[in-house]
Design a binder for this molecule. Sequence first.
Ligand code: SF4
Ligand code: SF4
Length: 361
Amino acid sequence: MAEATTEKPRSPIESGTPDPFPHLHPTLRRNFGLWRYHDRPQPGVLHHVAETGEEVWTVRVGTQRQMDLATVRKLCDIADAYADGYMRFTIRATAEITVDDEGKVQPLIDALREAGFPVGGTGPAVKMISHTQGWLHCDIPATDASGVVKALMDELYDEFTQENMPNKVHITTSCCQINCGGQGDIAVNIQHTKPPKIQHDLVGDQCERPSVVARCPVAAIRPAMVNGKPSLEVDESKCVACGACYPPCPPMQINDPEHSRLAIWVGGSHSNARSAPSFHKMVVAGLPNNPPRWPEVAEHVKQILYAYRDNARDYERVGEWIDRIGWKRFFELTGLPFTKHHIENWEGSRYKLNTSAHLRF
Ligand code: SF4
Ligand code: SF4
């Protein structure tokens, strides 16, 4: 018989955002909330001056985003050898290395460039491009968002290392059109163009059919018996090819090498720092999902980016520029074709959306 134990049961470990203070550079820690001003002595370098007179310089470094252990170690070795060993990653996977001596800045930059890392991403520049999880962590992507990002970053390398834009530019990519993609000044998102193809022999074994029916925003899915087995059917005249039925039911196969295409959206912003957050709007549809370099995507992103660079006023974000000049002028300046597919006149929306439990009007 097991002996009675007097040990207390193990308490759950409280998780959440870790306390950042033990990891901050000591100068940042001492001067928290005491900053007098900051400036940018050169692209990629932030300089902060505290009320106490102490100063820090932060060098911002681009990475390939999906980082292997060897790359992380290489960055850490440089931070140890040329700085004070204090490095952090931003939410856009940019590394920031902090020093408290101006004399350490240039040797650090030289070492980073020598190792192949670009220094930049500060001020009015194209920031590191963000992407959703893709095939690394997700089961439903229709493209390799991280591959699109890597190809785009190679094309826009100089726009990261220089500050040539009217304001900062956030570019994002998303590998499906319903889930974790964010709003961006310029966003590259998957766009399905055909209803799902149903693998009827698998539905009964793999899918909880009421959940799948409930997922459809336009109530296009119905339970059905096919070849004597429980399955589903889609009213294709209603389907808007959103892909929402695919995650709960993989046999609702919507990913397709030809019909899952890429669209470009502009003018989105999460932040409400200077103006209200805004949704981005689609301006280019139906680009081919064309690995490994996605040249059509890069060409259109550059077309939009350089029209913005050449025509927006200082400090205007992409969405603010479009709000000022209007969509007609945006299409003229970018040279993008304006087609009937850009117009949503909500024709038939009352009928379609009122059939769904999600939205009624
Ligand atoms: S955007 Fe969609 S496919 Fe890509 S990681 Fe997020 S949920 Fe998965
Ligand atoms: S969930 Fe989306 S893709 Fe699936 S049937 Fe409904 S509208 Fe079509």
